[in-house]
Design a protein around this ligand. Structure first.
Ligand code: SF4
Length: 507
């Protein structure tokens, strides 16, 4: 697909290349015949496609992966995700079964195959992108695997030649008790289930949830858990291949047709909820000014309320807290002048000179007023999404940033919630359970629903807000926007535009 000049490879090195290195060996341009609907993407594509196809196919796949990520952030169940994804997959990445008799079958599979490899190139460059790409691709693979026709699925699994060891009858009987215990008492008669032995590292999900019996480093996986093994295998191969792709990336820099397309694609693999811009949160008529932040903070999510309280208590915030809070304030529509004024007045214990030397530049930088690297679009950084706050830069001693639902101890979290007025024991108990299950978004949304329960009931009863406007919040700025709109319904004619800007990927 991406032609490599064969003369650049030493002929002596060409022989003996393993299958992964073959992508850099002399290419044999040919059309592949796709026997199976599912694909482990082992062999890179080698036939020609146009530059337009290259870009369009990748963009179409990107839309699918973005929606899958959004479903995951919104804690949709597998069944809800499958229902939500069906029209999107039908539109952008259809994949008919072999028995469908579809004439588009080979073209669909080719697009699936090529688009996967194009995105590999686009997303191999950083660890974060590789991790997210592998996760989204694994979700897509799992969904397709589960939806596949059972005979076709079995034929596909057999074609993989995985080195699973079948557990023989004697061994199965010997460990019958342990096997049944791991299966929660299933099967009643051990003969009713087949088992495979694999290295335990290959099925971390099953080991984590104690759904397999372990012996001498091997996991005894029941046949009904086949999907887990296959998906784990898919993920681990993809992760390894992405690292190999990353190493080969510098060669691609020489291709000035592809490099800009790939850079554009990866720039658009923003976290679905990371692309929040101030125009999407704009609240026309609202007083978003330095002097009004104290009043507005009643509508802030807990992460930002916590930062605001620390700032008021200490007249200072450490670097990462300032960045998280500045970007949030920028996202709610506070302009640069007002933001500079806000920080200047908030840091009341320092002189103008110290403020100008040590803090002013960083605020301007966050707004894209100075600096270049991260200010690609001239607007500075985007406000942090929940995902970013939850997963990156956990706060250290003396720092106040992060997400209280994740980073605070349960006692400190409960105390903070009580301080901001959440005293209902049932809500606090629910938050504790959410935290224990690591469902931090749910805890935050639980509190949001409690704090706004009357207003939510009103917009529901009156039908003024649709379901999309009441979906799970996954961005602090969306929290503020909804909270502000709900709290100001009576004395402010502003209506939410209902755009969940935080769940769409550009491109
Ligand atoms: Fe803030 Fe998101 Fe945590 Fe809520 S879940 S407190 S909005 S980071």
């Amino acid at each position: 697909m991406i032609r490599q000049d064969p003369s650049r490879i030493d002929p002596k090195r060409r022989t003996g290349l393993n299958h992964r290195q073959k992508q850099f060996a002399a290419p044999t341009f040919q059309n592949v015949e796709y026997k199976h609907r599912l694909n482990f993407y082992i062999i890179p594509p080698t036939s020609d496609i146009t530059l337009e196809q290259f870009e369009q196919w990748a963009i179409d796949r990107l839309r699918v992966l973005a929606e899958l990520e959004a479903c995951s952030f919104r804690n949709k169940s597998p069944a809800e995700t499958a229902t939500h994804m069906k029209p999107i997959l039908d539109k952008y990445l259809p994949l008919s079964s072999s028995v469908s008799g579809s004439t588009a079958l080979q073209n669909e599979r080719q697009k699936d195959h090529y688009s996967h490899f194009i995105l590999r190139l686009a997303f191999a460059s950083t660890e974060d992108l590789r991790r997210r790409f592998a996760r989204a691709e694994s979700m897509l693979f799992r969904m397709r695997f589960q939806a596949d026709d059972s005979k076709e699925r079995q034929a596909f699994v057999e074609s993989l030649n995985l080195d699973w060891e079948t557990v023989g009858d004697d061994e199965r009987r010997e460990y019958a008790e342990q096997l049944r215990a791991a299966g929660g008492g299933y099967p009643k008669r051990i003969e009713e289930e087949n088992y495979f032995k694999v290295d335990w590292e290959r099925v971390p999900e099953l080991v984590d949830s104690r759904r397999v019996f372990l012996k001498y480093g091997k996991a005894y996986v029941p046949g009904r858990e086949q999907a887990s093994i296959i998906v784990a295998e898919f993920t681990s191969r993809l992760e390894k291949d992405l690292e190999l792709t990353a190493r080969g990336l510098p060669r691609l820099d020489e291709d000035d047709r592809l490099a800009p397309i790939l850079a554009h694609l990866s720039a658009n693999f923003t976290t679905p909820d990371a692309s929040y811009s101030s125009s999407q949160t704009a609240l026309p008529g609202a007083d978003i000014s330095a002097r009004n932040i104290d009043a507005l903070s009643a509508s802030f999510p807990l992460c930002m309320q916590s930062l605001h309280r620390s700032l008021r208590r200490d007249a200072h915030l450490k670097h990462y807290g300032r960045l998280q809070y500045t970007l949030f304030l920028k996202g709610i529509g506070l302009n640069l002048e007002e933001c500079l004024l806000f920080w200047r007045t908030s840091f009341s214990k320092i002189t103008d000179d110290v403020y100008n030397k040590e803090y002013r530049y960083n605020v301007r930088h966050a707004y894209g007023d100075v600096g270049g690297d991260s200010n690609r679009r001239g607007n500075g950084y985007s406000p942090f999404s929940c995902q970013k706050i939850l997963t990156e830069h956990p706060p250290g001693p003396g720092e106040s940033h992060g997400c209280p639902y994740r980073h605070f101890s349960i006692d400190n979290l409960t105390a903070l919630l009580q301080n901001v007025g959440v005293k209902d024991q049932e809500v606090l108990r629910g938050v504790k359970e959410d935290k224990e299950k690591q469902k931090f978004h749910l805890a935050c949304n639980r509190v949001f629903e409690y704090v706004h329960k009357q207003e939510i009931k009103k917009v529901r009863d009156e039908g003024t807000w649709g379901a999309a406007q009441l979906e799970t919040i996954v961005h602090p700025n969306e929290y503020f926007k909804r909270s502000y709109l709900l709290k100001n319904m009576g004395n402010n004619p502003i209506e939410s535009d209902g755009k969940d800007a935080d769940v769409r990927m550009e491109g």
